[in-house]
Design a protein around this ligand. Structure first.
Ligand SMILES: [Zn+2]
Ligand SMILES: [Zn+2]
Length: 300
């Protein structure tokens, strides 16, 4: 017995093998129509053996742009947290998208069957969309609950292309020990992911900086390092002119920025609104920061 996070009363799934022609059509729809690269799903509407309409999730929603999913960052469990995300809310799910495509094409889904490739269950709003439209049976792959488990899907889709990271942090002496612990723990995680890291307090030109008449040395160093990194991770809990400057440098060199601040601290909109910022992690503890940053990096 498969435990489903949700099933409407008196409804269930029907199952077909991989070589079922309608399921194969849903697989093609997944490749061609799904706008969601994180968890792509294809779906077709069938009546009397004929495919009347097809769709994918995230279809036609401008989702080809880079999406870092808060549900993945925060590790929301199945069926929860859809409101956190503009792409993965239920309107963009494959089932209502298919109903909409059918209506747009003047097709009445009443009495039709649905074949879905890429997932193993349907959430409540999706069942409602199909039931309201009069859909008869919903087919998934006979091994869908294993093949499309979260672990298996994400093992395929969550593969980071990030190879090098620049950490931007405040140099304020009062919090340097705390900062070193946070950045040091994040650094260990990044190295484990296979990334090289550049950290000003470890790698920066601090000796040179201590000498007089060397005011431009830190700027020049950052200006050399940031362009050769894939991502800038900026800790912005403590206001820092230097960190602000490095974020602007990252934007200049078209590098994505991950902001990091303690939960509850207000960060200037001039920083959070920088177009280079791909995600703002608000953390409760060092381990929480590590978890979230790891999950953001996996999506880059
Ligand atoms: Zn999302
Ligand atoms: Zn759904």
């Amino acid at each position: 017995m498969i435990e489903y996070p949700y099933l409407p009363p008196n409804r269930g799934f029907k199952f077909v093998p991989l070589n079922d022609p309608h399921m194969m059509a849903a697989e093609v729809a997944r490749r061609e129509c799904a706008g969601d690269s994180l968890w792509p799903i294809g779906i077709v509407l069938v009546r009397d053996g004929e495919i009347l309409a097809r769709a994918g999730n995230g279809f036609n929603r401008g989702s080809s742009s880079k999406h870092i999913c808060p549900r993945v960052v925060l590790e929301c469990s199945s069926g929860t947290g859809y409101d956190l995300c503009k792409l993965h809310d239920s309107i963009g799910h494959a089932e209502p998208m298919l109903m909409q495509v059918a209506v747009d094409q003047g097709i009445d889904p009443m009495g039709c069957d649905v074949y879905m490739f890429g997932h193993w269950w349907c959430c409540e709003p999706c069942w409602k969309a199909m039931i309201d439209a009069g859909v008869k049976d919903v087919y998934v792959l006979d091994d869908a609950h294993e093949r499309f488990s979260r672990e298996n899907v994400f093992a395929e889709t969550l593969t980071s292309s990030v190879r090098s990271i620049f950490f931007s942090h405040a140099f304020d002496q009062t919090n340097l020990a705390e900062m070193k612990e946070l950045i040091g723990t994040l650094d260990a995680m990044c190295v484990e992911l296979g990334c090289s890291t550049t950290i000003p307090f470890r790698d920066g030109p601090l000796d040179e900086l201590a000498q007089e008449h060397n005011e431009d040395v830190l700027y020049r160093w950052s200006e050399q390092q940031i362009p050769i990194c894939d991502v800038l991770i900026a800790e912005v809990s403590n206001p820092s002119l230097g960190v602000g400057g490095e974020i602007v440098l990252a934007e200049k060199f078209e590098k994505p920025v991950i902001l990091l601040s303690k939960k509850g601290i207000r960060v200037s909109e001039f920083v959070t609104g920088n177009p280079a910022v791909v995600y703002h992690v608000e953390y409760e503890s060092i381990m929480d920061a590590v978890k979230q940053v790891r999950n953001v990096l996996k999506q880059l």
